[in-house]
Design a protein around this ligand. Structure first.
Ligand SMILES: Nc1nc2c(ncn2[C@@H]2O[C@H](COP(=O)(O)OP(=O)(O)O)[C@@H](O)[C@H]2O)c(=O)[nH]1
Ligand SMILES: [Mg+2]
Length: 290
């Protein structure tokens, strides 16, 4: 994920010294790896108070960096929501346009159907006919029912129907797709609040999670997205999509550091199997050894 991080680290510390100059270069390297400035400062400051041995080498700086980054992210490594056999659950996926919501809904559905839970999908993205079609196609591939409405129908009514079906047909899990929205569109954000209210109204009978899907390739702007969405609804955690490509995974470190929000999973591709649990240790070892 961090392209050639090790090589670059090696270049910086080839003189085998930790000094002002090498730390400045490391700071730069962390910044271009898409870790935000505040988090980079935090990492560098922690590194500065570390004691290094006389025989200082690359492995030592790597292991110290690993510990520092792990301290930041490990507390927020979360499992995907647990489904209780005798209490239904509803998961609502939200986020901006193109972040990977619909695909993530399909991946979640696949993940939970493998555990033999009964599942229904809700196509509450009613803005575009193509969006309804996209989820319908997934439902066919996954062999699951989906609740759809006409284009431009009230998304909250799809959510209502989906929640109703879950409760009245003893379905284990409803997974709801929503339309992408930019946080500056107040009307759409109000609509999201309405969707949320419909689910919250049944909170005595449901386990409910709202997951925000973030495009891992968008870098620091995703922090702002989560902050803004959180002003309208409670986000229980995030799934970061598109980390299979050239995404510079450093965003995860600063998202967690800034938002202190659980990471339920990461998207590693476009197919239904490509949802992975976020494993902080694996993540750090991958970035430091890439
Ligand atoms: N490479 C890759 N592509 C993804 C991933 N998740 C979604 N996509 C693609 O990103 C595009 C937008 O995804 P979609 O689920 O429609 O986003 P939505 O607008 O938020 O519903 C589609 O082409 C997806 O196939 C991922 O984890 N990896
Ligand atoms: Mg969509």
């Amino acid at each position: 994920m961090f392209k050639n991080f090790t090589n670059k680290l090696e270049n910086i510390f080839s003189s085998k010294k930790i000094n002002e100059e090498s730390l400045l270069e490391l700071e730069e390297l962390l910044l271009i790896s898409d870790i935000g400035i505040e988090t980079v400062d935090k990492i560098i400051n922690k590194l500065k108070i570390e004691k290094f041995s006389r025989e200082f080498d690359l492995a030592e700086i790597k292991s110290k960096l690993a510990v520092i980054i792990l301290d930041i992210i490990r507390p927020f490594q979360e499992k995907l929501p647990i489904i209780e056999a005798d209490k239904p659950s509803v998961i609502v996926c939200v986020g901006v346009n193109g972040s990977g919501k619909t695909t993530t809904v399909a991946k979640l559905a696949h993940y939970y159907s493998q555990m033999d839970y009964s599942i229904i999908l809700g196509a509450a993205d009613t803005f575009r006919a193509a969006a309804i079609e996209q989820l319908s196609l997934w439902s066919k591939e996954l062999n699951l029912d989906v609740i759809i409405g006409d284009q431009n129908s009230d998304p909250a009514s799809i959510v209502f129907k989906c929640v109703d079906r879950v409760l009245n047909h003893k379905i284990n899990l409803g997974i709801i797709d929503t339309a992408g929205r930019l946080q500056n569109r107040t009307d759409l954000m109000e609509q999201l609040k309405k969707i949320d209210k419909v689910v919250q109204a049944k909170s005595n009978f449901l386990n409910q999670k709202t997951i925000m899907v973030i495009d891992g390739t968008t870098g620091q702007s995703s922090i702002k997205q989560v902050e803004e969405f959180s002003k309208y609804i409670k986000i229980d955690g995030i799934i970061i999509s598109k980390l299979d490509g050239s995404a510079i995974g450093g965003t995860i470190v600063s998202i967690i550091d800034r938002l202190k929000i659980p990471v339920f999973g990461i998207g590693m591709g476009e197919n239904k199997n490509s949802l992975e649990e976020f494993d902080a240790e694996k993540f750090v070892s991958k970035i430091l050894n890439d």
